[in-house]
Write a protein that binds this ligand. Structure first.
Ligand code: NAP
Length: 439
């Protein structure tokens, strides 16, 4: 009987885990899932907002994939640093790259590098308890912030604004680490501005997420009407857009809030971040649609006071040595998931940062079909001898195994129990590694 295919999956986010499930369920492959972090699940753990409990519960489904025969987790292994893709290709019959989009796009405006201006990836990673987040920055910066601005009209911008707006009580049952809760609680933010270069009809946030902004305990929504008279999309036939517009119209009819306020500025594009060594204000220009449906600046400028500015204008994938990569789109070059025979890709690093978690399931399964088609055609065979762990030992890299992850998981649940909640994320890498090693 032929030996099962040995597959390495690089990245344990939803795309990697769904690919792993499809491979394992086929009975034709064993899978090592490699991740640079000591804990699996990528953006399900370090991206989905901690107060979105039902979306976050996807990790329970992903966690059951470790129980499939032949599936192993090898965390704390950085592909591209500890080991290269070509080395994995020698040790495994095939490699699937599912390492997502770890970076973010830049606005390209003056002042973007000022202290206080961050990418959504950094802020989201911090509040989710990512081991590499810049804790010191957020802990020193946020307590003195009164005005915050979020650039972008996607679901990530909505997440960021909501987390900044929520009271400690509204965040009480989340799994945010204690230091994150304490820092957010110590901030006395009075105004949060969401700034989008186009109108409500072009925004990419979804209605359910948008609506939540109008249901916050202590924060009211105020929509800046300037620029909206010319909004061409109000009468759109798109049902999803119509639902968003209904929510926004409802807010426009409400009285202006008295306390903490979430301002929406549509048709306003960032031009500059002003400040003396640190962000003090976001300068924006009103935009309008031209006859071709493109936006152009009107020349009318205004300033939004903001000491904390989060650009939330899209995530971005980064390349790995030796793997063909398209810098413009931030994705691996592939044809329907196949990079070459024996090297494949799925998820955001394949198709760019869009779609919901479930989108990755279909995407990963399509890639696994390509892999099996190549196996059926004889391009890949179950001949690899393995030896990855020996290589790691040689290089002094200690991987977190499935048992190690289970121990971290248990420790997080026990920590949560002390506070009467499901779990608290452990964010410190050395603590995670110590717990895993004991297992
Ligand atoms: P996104 O939906 O692509 O939104 C990016 C936003 O950035 C758009 O409003 C875009 O405006 C704006 N933008 C891009 N370049 C800009 C620039 N130079 N200046 C100003 N604005 C600019 O991306 P995302 O919010 O990062 O979300 C990524 C994916 O994750 C999406 O598929 C999202 O639905 C998903 N997600 C889902 C949830 C959820 O289901 N609850 C939560 C979080 C994320 P233009 O349209 O004008 O380019």
């Amino acid at each position: 009987m032929q030996q099962p295919l040995r597959i390495a999956v690089v990245g344990s986010g939803p795309a990697g885990m769904y690919a792993t499930a499809a491979l394992a369920e086929s009975g034709r492959a064993t899978v090592d899932v490699i991740d640079r972090l000591p804990a699996p699940f990528g953006l399900v753990r370090y991206g989905v907002a901690p107060d979105h409990f039902s979306i976050r519960s996807v990790r329970d489904t992903l966690d059951r994939i470790w129980d499939q025969p032949g599936v192993r987790f090898l965390g704390n292994v950085h592909v591209g640093v500890d080991v290269h893709v070509h080395e994995l290709q020698e040790l495994y019959d095939a490699v699937i790259l599912t390492y997502g989009s770890s970076s973010d796009r830049h606005m390209g405006v003056p002042g973007e590098d000022l202290r206080g201006c961050v990418g959504a990836t950094d802020f989201v990673a911090w509040y989710c308890g990512h081991p590499d987040a810049d804790r010191a920055f957020f802990e020193t910066w946020l307590p003195s912030v009164k005005h915050a601005a979020v650039v972008g009209l996607g679901n990530v911008a909505v997440d960021v604004a909501r987390v900044l707006a929520k009271t400690p009580d509204e965040l009480r049952t989340t799994d945010m680490p204690a230091h994150v809760r304490a820092t957010l609680a110590s901030a006395s933010i009075t105004d949060i501005h969401i700034v989008g270069r186009r109108g409500p009809a072009q925004a990419t946030f979804t209605t359910k997420e948008l609506k939540e902004l109008g249901e916050l305990e202590e924060t009211g929504v105020l929509v800046d009407r300037v620029g909206l008279e010319e909004e061409t999309g109000w009468s759109t036939g798109d049902r999803a857009v119509a639902r968003n517009l209904e929510v926004i119209r409802g807010w426009m009819e409400r009285e202006a809030p008295q306390g903490k306020t979430l301002h929406f500025h549509f048709m306003a594009r960032p031009l500059e971040i002003r400040g003396n060594g640190a962000a003090e204000a976001l300068v924006v220009e009103r935009t309008r649609f031209d006859a071709g449906g493109q936006i152009s600046g009107t020349g009318e400028l205004f300033e939004i006071p903001a000491e904390f500015i989060v650009r939330s204008i899209g995530y971005r994938g980064v390349g790995l040595p030796g793997v063909p990569f398209d810098e413009a789109s931030g994705t691996v070059v592939h044809a329907e998931g196949r990079v070459t025979h024996g090297l494949y890709t799925a998820g955001w690093v394949k198709r760019g940062p869009s779609g919901i978690i479930g989108t990755n399931k279909k995407d990963a399964i399509a890639t696994v079909h390509q892999l099996f088609a190549d196996a059926d055609a004889g391009f890949i065979e179950g001949t690899a001898e393995g030896g990855f762990e020996a290589l790691l030992r040689e290089r002094g890299v200690v991987p977190v195994t499935t048992a190690g992850w289970r121990a971290i998981d248990r420790a997080e649940r026990e920590l949560g129990e002390e506070f009467g909640i499901e779990r608290i994320t452990i964010s410190d890498r050395s603590t995670m590694l110590a717990i895993a090693e004991q297992a």
